[in-house]
Design a protein around this ligand. Structure first.
Ligand SMILES: [Fe+2]
Ligand SMILES: [Fe+2]
Length: 157
């Protein structure tokens, strides 16, 4: 698997984790503040921790194998800033989601859904930027053999 295929597989894992978080907050009845869903807070905390760990591992790989390539050209440096800003925004929102989740009693999850929607938007914006702008640029900059070698190193972590 080359580096970009590996990064795309990571993106799939992150998207799946957000879908699972959404399923844990599914709405069986009511709406808004009328919503009396009681959530399993342990499962929610476990999945959120899993998402944050996976995101940080992915971020570290991108810092080592993606941003390092982009930084070699002045014209591409702005892209690394955008990628880093996206990582910070996602981590900030994930922390806010965790704080809201742990401050509640498992009831009235409307506010949690609202924060999860924002987190999902932020993650999707970031992943789409990488997939539409950053990864195609990497494919243009590096040979297939180089991408395979970087993938071998990155994915053996
Ligand atoms: Fe990223
Ligand atoms: Fe990524």
């Amino acid at each position: 698997m080359d580096l970009i295929d590996g990064m795309m597989a990571n993106h799939g894992t992150l998207r799946g984790s957000l879908i699972f978080l959404g399923a844990l907050l599914d709405r069986p009845c009511g709406c808004g503040w009328d919503d009396l869903r009681v959530i399993d807070q342990d499962s929610l905390a476990r999945e959120l921790n899993g998402f944050m760990d996976a995101f940080k591992r992915h971020e570290a790989l991108e810092a080592e194998y993606v941003e390092s390539v982009l930084k070699t050209r002045q014209a591409d440096r702005e892209l690394t800033e955008t990628v880093s800003t996206g990582h910070r925004a996602v981590e900030d929102l994930a922390r806010i989601f965790g704080a809201v989740a742990s401050s509640g009693d498992g009831e009235h999850v409307h506010r949690l859904r609202t924060v999860l929607e924002r987190l999902t938007d932020e993650v999707e914006t970031h992943l789409a930027f990488e997939e539409r702008v950053v990864f195609p640029l990497l494919r243009a900059r590096l040979s297939h053999a180089e991408l395979l070698e970087l993938g071998r190193r990155a994915l053996s972590h």
